[in-house]
Design a protein around this ligand. Structure first.
Ligand SMILES: C[S@@+](CC[C@H](N)C(=O)[O-])C[C@H]1O[C@@H](n2cnc3c(N)ncnc32)[C@H](O)[C@@H]1O
Length: 199
């Protein structure tokens, strides 16, 4: 495993996720957050800075058909399950291009579904064709490794915390399953676009 960066109790590994996960001990991880490829780079177009731009994120984003894409999701989710503790949970994000396959792959691996969250993007890019609804959300699936496990849920913190950016969240109310969060700000992209660099 290649240690890309570390400081105090934090380590960032860089490499193929299957190999990195295989290097970790089983039942050792409390929570996994994964944003796997959406397999969008198929010659279609998007809107970037108000202009039509080709969707070409990198070779890793080229789909190889429904069956192969599903097999990929089944494989990495299987490795995640091995390293998760019984009470551990996993978050998987995606758009309609990928998230339903991830849901099936979670089920095939025997995860226990907990919630899906709609991440509403109030500043989503417009739809240039004007023939479809403007894509303005992603879906996050939250699942637990084991049906009988007990997951951690910070109910009071979420209910009583201050979520200024989220215009849908009212102070003192239960956290709902729709979150309003803008797309990354320029201050979060100081090191530019790294999506074309290889693993
Ligand atoms: C949807 S993008 C995630 C983008 C990320 N959330 C961000 O804001 O930068 C999917 C990422 O998975 C990485 N990736 C694709 N296949 C991989 C693999 N087999 N192992 C590890 N990472 C992989 C790609 O390099 C890409 O950065």
């Amino acid at each position: 495993m290649v240690e890309y960066f570390h400081s105090n109790n934090f380590v960032l590994y860089k490499g193929d996720c299957i190999k990195v996960l295989q290097g970790l001990s089983e039942n050792s991880i409390d929570m996994i957050f994964a944003d796997p490829p959406y397999f969008l780079s198929n010659g279609s177009f998007t809107c970037r800075s108000g202009k039509r731009a080709s969707v070409k994120k990198g070779d890793w984003d080229i789909g190889h058909g429904s069956i192969k894409n599903l097999e990929f999701h089944i494989e990495w989710l299987k490795e995640c399950k091995r390293v998760l503790k019984d009470n551990g949970t996993i978050w998987v994000s995606g758009t309609y291009h990928s998230i339903y396959q991830c849901r099936v792959a979670l089920e095939i691996n025997g995860y226990h579904f907990l919630n899906d969250i709609i991440w509403f993007k109030p500043n989503a890019a417009p739809n240039l064709s004007c023939r479809f609804f403007t894509a303005s959300h992603e879906t996050l699936i939250w699942a637990r490794k084991d049906k009988k496990g007990k997951h951690t849920f910070y109910y009071n913190l979420m209910k009583n915390g201050k979520w200024k950016e989220d215009s849908l969240k009212k102070d003192g109310t239960q956290m709902r399953s729709v979150w309003s969060i803008g797309t990354p700000k320029p201050s979060e992209k100081l090191f530019g676009n790294i999506r074309h660099k290889s693993l």
